[in-house]
Write a protein that binds this ligand. Structure first.
Ligand code: GLU
Length: 305
């Protein structure tokens, strides 16, 4: 069937430059796509201008290019997709799968996560009151299969977990945009960090509510810094040094449990990627961040000598 050709993607939020942890994710998704003779796409999830330094998108795209990771189709920018998100919201509202909510976080907390204004009943909201739009989850014991982590079991709680899909300030939210675009781009396989694992069952419900089949998922361990925190822009993970892409790629491969020869760090980027693809072993990816960390620290010590 033509439409079942593998289509994967890397979808960074441009809240800062690419760091080592995001390179590991990008590389894993690229290798999975290439190993399946598939298409690999880059999507910039620039939904929140208040959290995006103006040059972050250009830096990310430049870094990916320096590491030989090029989107097979034009890069998709979520900042240009607002009408698609609005359209999806209207459809969800019409089908009773979304609702308006003016509750503050404080009010919800004080009410054990229930909506004091019974927002799910779609009562009218007074004029001039700012409101968010939330997705109406269904109670569910969701079982699904992660291609690396195996069987998953996630509990989804209606009302208590209902994610915001358009914020009070008018910004479209990740939980909606990611699914609308995965559907629009025909993504068959999502490879991403396990920090997003607990979003998956909810996202499957959003796929279904929008009339689409959820893709396959593979969650790789997030990379930790020396303090044991996730490498992220929030805790100031250093930007990748784009002047040594082969060194970075070889380290990323090690974090993914692959066994690149040390001399590969001196090879051209294309050769590193070619080696990586020829030797790619999904089963070797560590299952936990602790395991990945052990490998990374081991490699660093080794190459520092
Ligand atoms: N934009 C999200 C992030 O940078 C990733 C979205 C996804 O892969 O589902 O964390």
């Amino acid at each position: 069937m033509e439409h079942s050709r593998y289509r994967g993607r890397f979808a960074p939020s441009p809240t800062g430059p690419l760091h080592f942890g995001s390179l590991v994710t990008a590389l894993a998704s690229w290798l999975e796509a290439r190993a399946s003779n598939g298409v690999w796409l880059v999507r910039v999830e620039d939904l929140d201008p208040l959290r995006e330094p103006p040059d972050a998108t250009a830096q990310i795209l430049h870094s990916l290019e320096a590491h030989g990771l090029l989107s097979d189709e034009p890069v998709c920018f979520q900042s240009r997709r607002h009408s698609a998100y609005q359209h999806a919201i209207e459809q969800l509202l019409k089908n009773g799968k979304a609702y308006r909510c003016a509750c503050s976080r404080k009010q919800l907390q004080a009410n054990n996560g229930r909506h004091p204004a019974h927002c799910r009943d779609n009562l009218p909201i007074p004029d001039g009151t700012a409101y968010a739009i939330r997705f109406a989850l269904s109670d569910e014991n969701c079982h699904w299969q992660d291609l690396l982590l195996g069987p998953q079991n996630q509990r989804v709680l209606a009302e208590l977990d209902d994610p915001v899909i358009r914020r009070k300030e008018g910004f479209y939210a990740y939980q909606l945009a990611v699914v609308v675009d995965d559907i629009n781009q025909g993504i068959t396989d999502i490879v991403r960090g396990s920090d997003l694992l607990n979003m998956t069952a909810q996202q499957q419900q959003v796929f279904q509510a929008l009339g689409a089949e959820p893709p396959r998922w593979l969650h790789i361990p997030v990379i930790l810094n020396e303090q044991g925190q996730k490498l992220s822009k929030q805790n100031l993970a250093p930007a990748l040094d784009d002047s040594q892409p082969s060194v970075n790629l070889v380290q990323a491969l090690s974090s993914l449990g692959q066994k690149p020869p040390a001399t590969l760090a001196y090879a051209r980027v294309e050769d590193v990627l070619e080696w990586a693809l020829a030797h790619w072993q999904r089963q070797a990816i560590p299952l936990t961040s602790q395991q990945a960390r052990g490998i990374t620290l081991g490699t660093q010590t080794h190459s520092d000598y």
